[in-house]
Design a protein around this ligand. Sequence first.
Ligand SMILES: NC(=O)c1ccc[n+]([C@@H]2O[C@H](COP(=O)([O-])OP(=O)(O)OC[C@H]3O[C@@H](n4cnc5c(N)ncnc54)[C@H](OP(=O)(O)O)[C@@H]3O)[C@@H](O)[C@H]2O)c1
Length: 302
Amino acid sequence: MSKILITGKNGQVGWELQRVFASSGEVIAVDADDMDLADADAIRRFVRDVSPDLIINPAAYTAVDKAESDSDLAMAVNGIAAGVLAEEAQHLGAVLVHYSTDYVFDGSKPAPYTESDVPKPQSVYGKTKFAGEQAIRASGCKHLILRTSWVYGVHGGNFVKTMLRLARERDELRIVADQFGAPTWARDLAQATASALNCWKILDWDHQLGGLYHLTAAGRTNWHQYAEEIVRLARKYDSALAAKPLNIHPIATHEYPVPAKRPVNSVLANDKIRDAFGIVLPAWQDSLAECVREIYEQPESA
Ligand SMILES: NC(=O)c1ccc[n+]([C@@H]2O[C@H](COP(=O)([O-])OP(=O)(O)OC[C@H]3O[C@@H](n4cnc5c(N)ncnc54)[C@H](OP(=O)(O)O)[C@@H]3O)[C@@H](O)[C@H]2O)c1
């Protein structure tokens, strides 16, 4: 029976991971009260005490704009803690799964980014997440780093839920239309994580399958098109919203100033994970439809 330590148990991905891994072993799911990722000694103590075979780390400082003025804490949680978890995994012979971000890129590439493209983060969040990737690689532990983008889910705060609220409250929305990426469902990430680990285990942990992979929904969109699709789907379940006039205006990035610079293009190429593990996530519209349906039909799970 394997012991699985999952961080960020109340986060979007952490919440889905707990459900997906519930029958895979003894799951120890933690939050900051159990193991504060800003405290390296606390991480070492906790991990040594639990002695897991597998550490899955979806916890992160994810407040992209707040991180600009809170860089020490963001670096502690996203950079240093990832390295400490990796060192402890190496010490125990455990496997570490870690999640990273499209925001490690500057967004200037006109095509999808591959794993061999050189990161050039533009924000504190992106820099700290890239530092975490580097620390994990330097540790020598068996690991998967899964870079994803624009995560949403039934559980937790995200763009989908914000749009649903704003669509009910307002008659007009102004949404950025010149940043491109792939909205990715937290549940797809959790299920793909389990598939990749099963495949790696079957082939043998010594097989050279570890490393960095891009993992996002198929397709690409911009925030404006994404918002329109969210509202279109929601109107099927929400009669008040269906009857309400709502204008969603496309705007440029400079018309919505925020502290952190975002990449213009952060579409990631998923060929490597497809070739290594046979993993292809659904088109972003298909998973979004499933998630919106669940938000309306099973609101108690949110
Ligand atoms: N969200 C996105 O759009 C996005 C895009 C690309 C990549 N990613 C990456 O994907 C992963 C999962 O993201 P997500 O959307 O599931 O994140 P999320 O919903 O924001 O959850 C992050 C979790 O980290 C926990 N956490 C924060 N500081 C902590 C600390 N000091 N000690 C322990 N736990 C702490 C939070 O706990 P509290 O809630 O209690 O603070 C929360 O449960 C992250 O690595 C993120 O960088 C996310």
